[in-house]
Design a protein around this ligand. Structure first.
Ligand code: CMX
Length: 202
């Protein structure tokens, strides 16, 4: 009985919504947004992660293309920051404004600014570091390109995976400079190890 009442109310309110609210573009946008969140919430609760990600991508994909606002930084792999810093500072005249160790990534980083773009010098602190392995295989110079995304790294990762890009990070994690970051595998990004990032406290 109670269920029947609720169901009738749902139908009545639903009909009211469709007839009186839906025709107004602004409100219908809110309604569609609400529906998307509802479907996403249900899929998050009842599906495995990959299926949820695909559903999430499908319901967002009509309009969602990640918004890249700028190149945040270029990651440059080096054997030793101390050895190369004089080139950047004394020849190019750039200034190192921060040195930070990212324990999780087993790297020491040094940051310099060129206008809006940063250079991140990456020195491995362990032979297990991704940068150490890359250097060992003959890697030199630019190690990765980091793009700043405006509408969330989490959403951008889901979107990229939905479009067939291989993720290194399934979900964002903390990186240097209080950023949330996520890497895309170079095999599916034109050979460029790609980082997506956004400030942690956005
Ligand atoms: N740029 C382009 N291609 C790269 C690369 C790079 N920086 N590093 C590895 N590759 C290529 C290799 O050349 C190799 O290609 P081939 O198969 O044609 O030889 C392929 O990727 C290897 O892929 P893999 O076997 O899946 O993985 P690896 O063990 O070599 O690791 C990678 C590669 C990209 C998955 C790993 O380095 C990684 O997880 N990187 C993300 C994290 C990271 O780089 N952290 C350091 C920076 C942290 C920070 O900025 O804070």
């Amino acid at each position: 009985m109670v269920f029947g009442d609720v169901f009738c109310l749902f139908l009545r309110e639903g009909a009211f919504f469709l007839v009186f609210v839906f025709p107004f573009p602004i409100k219908s946008r809110i309604f569609v947004k609400f529906l998307r969140h509802a479907v996403s919430g249900v899929s998050y609760s009842f599906c495995d992660e990959k299926l949820h990600n695909n559903i999430y991508y499908l319901i967002k994909s009509r309009k969602f293309i990640m918004k890249i606002s700028r190149i945040d930084h270029l990651g440059i792999g080096v054997e030793s920051i101390d050895a190369v810093l004089p080139y950047f500072e004394n020849v190019l005249g750039l200034k190192c404004y921060a040195v930070e160790e990212v324990a999780d990534q087993k790297v020491k980083t040094a940051f310099l600014k060129v206008g809006e773009v940063k250079l991140e010098l990456l020195e491995p602190t362990s032979p297990e570091s991704a940068v150490a392995k890359w250097l060992e295989k003959g890697g030199k110079g630019v190690h990765h390109v980091a793009f700043a995304v405006e509408d969330g790294v989490a959403e951008a990762l889901v979107e990229a995976e939905g479009k067939g890009v291989r993720l290194i990070d399934k979900t964002p994690r903390p990186g240097a400079e209080q950023m949330m970051i996520g890497f895309l595998h170079p095999k599916t990004t034109a050979g460029i190890l790609t980082e997506l990032c956004e400030p942690q406290n956005k």
